[in-house]
Write a protein that binds this ligand. Structure first.
Ligand SMILES: Cc1cc2nc3c(=O)[nH]c(=O)nc-3n(C[C@H](O)[C@H](O)[C@H](O)COP(=O)(O)OP(=O)(O)OC[C@H]3O[C@@H](n4cnc5c(N)ncnc54)[C@H](O)[C@@H]3O)c2cc1C
Length: 482
């Protein structure tokens, strides 16, 4: 046997947690490098009746990769990328193993197709996230407003089925009844949070990369002006291949402060100027396109619109080209990164503290309504928090920033309260981060019995021994034997 299974000793403690700061326990861990090793490890675990928790880059923020006992299978060593793009029916397809990171994928695509030729649009902003993790959590990120769901860029998946055989499923191949409607089988694994099995290879759909890129940060002295500006941009829509606003992000002052505090320690953004203290909020946007002139014109239109909302051209940062845009994107990314650092340091003092962030889309709310609601809720609860996120696709994140364990518990109550409110008003309570373990209780409280029963039925069908990812989404340990 080639497989290596290690006891979960001190050396592997980091593998018991992820970016949510939720932590768990396990008896053993493995780092398979091939499908054959995966098969052997699974056979051994099945034989012992041991459950398996799957991990990619452990950058998830709902504890999906955190084990609740059993074995941890970390896929970071399954990280090879095919050396050419296959063209099939006009589509550019690239096969990758699940442990490839987003950063490595981007580098490899550039190497294979040439700089600026092709790209894989899903971008949950965290470069160390793995393709397997992104697909399994159905992560989206900033540019989904224009580019759409991650599922649109996954053509086929290989996974290990319950008979111990590797199966490739291609988009459009087979429909399954789920939640009362027929869905493409592949879409059960995308966003399935690993509960139906391990993905061992993904065929990704690449698209032409934009040849012209702009990034602009607009800073406002008044957050109402900022929100009104962003809302107008949202209503105007994205654009087309020639020139489109692909990213539209709102960032409040508290979020700016938290990122600025970490900025000196972040090499990729530390040379950016400080944001003047009078600025109360900002919008970050990206414009992608194929025509220099059309992109410049669109940037000009946005500058004009921002001036109508009392943001002068001196209150903007604009950068062009891949490198420049990457820098501004890194500043936006510094916000959640810094929030996570804050929570991590608090959780070191008070074990049990985890990230408290919303991931919801209120029905019929503008971004202005959503920010008002979040601010009011924080004020009423006497808690601090920051608000940032995807204004374009209508889901802003509120992250609660507790100072101690008491505030953490109040924060959890607040999170449950606003999520319930969203669901009761017909909104979507969980849009892109998944449920994992952190939001499992909330999910159970909001989902009807019928919904949970349907997930359990599918789980039993595809994973009859309940081997994969125990505790994710639904507490399958409570399932009675059939
Ligand atoms: C700073 C920061 C910012 C972020 N911003 C965004 C954002 O804007 N939008 C967004 O959507 N997300 C965001 N995320 C979260 C994002 O969802 C995760 O980073 C990413 O999707 C998870 O990838 P991973 O490889 O780290 O997966 P992990 O955390 O390791 O795992 C995630 C889930 O996938 C499962 N899994 C992993 N590999 C496999 C496999 N091969 N087969 C089956 N299941 C598998 C795991 O069991 C787990 O349930 C952010 C995270 C961070 C840290």
């Amino acid at each position: 046997m080639n497989m290596k299974i290690f006891p979960m000793d001190e050396k592997y403690q980091d593998y018991l947690t992820d970016e949510s700061c939720c932590s768990g326990s396990a008896e053993s861990i493995s780092f398979p490098e091939s499908e054959e090793q995966i098969r052997e490890i699974c056979q051994s675990m099945r034989h012992q009746g041991t459950s398996v928790t799957l991990q990619g880059g452990r950058t998830g923020i709902v504890g999906g990769a955190v084990p609740e006992g059993g074995h941890v299978m970390n896929l970071s060593k399954m990280n090879s990328v095919a050396d050419c793009v296959q063209v099939q029916g006009g589509r550019n397809l690239l096969k990758v193993e699940p442990g490839v990171t987003l950063l490595d994928l981007q580098k490899q695509i550039r190497k294979i197709s040439g700089p600026g030729k092709l790209c894989w649009p899903p971008d949950p902003t965290e470069p160390t996230a793995s393709i397997g993790g992104i697909i399994s959590s159905g992560a989206k990120g900033c540019s989904s407003w224009y580019y759409g769901e991650t599922a649109s860029y996954v053509e086929a998946l290989r996974y290990l089925d319950s008979n111990g055989e590797f199966r490739e499923i291609t988009r459009g191949e087979k429909s399954l009844l789920f939640h009362g409607t027929y869905i493409d089988e592949i879409d059960l694994l995308i966003g399935g949070e690993g509960i139906y099995g391990v993905i061992t290879e993904a065929t990704l759909k690449l698209v032409p990369a934009p040849s012209v890129l702009w990034g602009i940060c607009f800073f406002f002295r008044d957050r109402n002006d900022c929100l009104a500006f962003g809302e107008q941009m949202r209503v105007r829509g994205t654009g087309d291949d020639v020139s489109a606003v692909t990213v539209l992000e709102y960032i409040d002052r508290k979020s700016i402060d938290i990122a600025e505090k970490q900025k000196p320690h972040m090499t990729n953004i530390r040379d950016l100027p400080d944001v003047p203290s009078e600025m109360q909020a900002m919008v970050f946007c990206e414009i992608h396109g194929s025509s220099e002139q059309a992109v410049e014109e669109r940037a000009g239109m946005l500058l004009e619109l921002s001036e109508n909302h009392r943001c002068s051209p001196e209150d903007t940062w604009a950068m062009t080209g891949e490198y420049g845009v990457e820098k501004l994107r890194a500043f936006r990314h510094a916000v959640p990164e810094s929030v996570n650092m804050h929570i991590r340091s608090l959780s070191a003092e008070h074990p049990g503290i985890m990230k408290l962030g919303t991931d919801m889309m209120m029905k019929g709310y503008t971004s202005i309504d959503a920010v008002d609601m979040y601010e009011n809720q924080l004020r009423q609860a006497g808690l601090e928090g920051c608000i940032f996120g995807h204004m374009g696709s209508g889901h802003l994140h509120m992250n609660i920033l507790p100072k101690d364990i008491d505030e953490y518990h109040r924060g959890r109550e607040l999170l449950a309260h606003v999520t319930l409110g969203c669901s009761q008003r017909g909104g979507r309570a969980f849009t892109e981060h998944g449920i994992g373990k952190v939001k499992r209780e909330m999910y159970a409280a909001l989902s009807g019995k019928q919904n949970i029963d349907e997930i359990c039925r599918k789980k039993r069908e595809l994973d009859p021994e309940l081997m994969w990812n125990p505790g994710n989404v639904v507490d399958f340990s409570l399932l009675e034997d059939p």
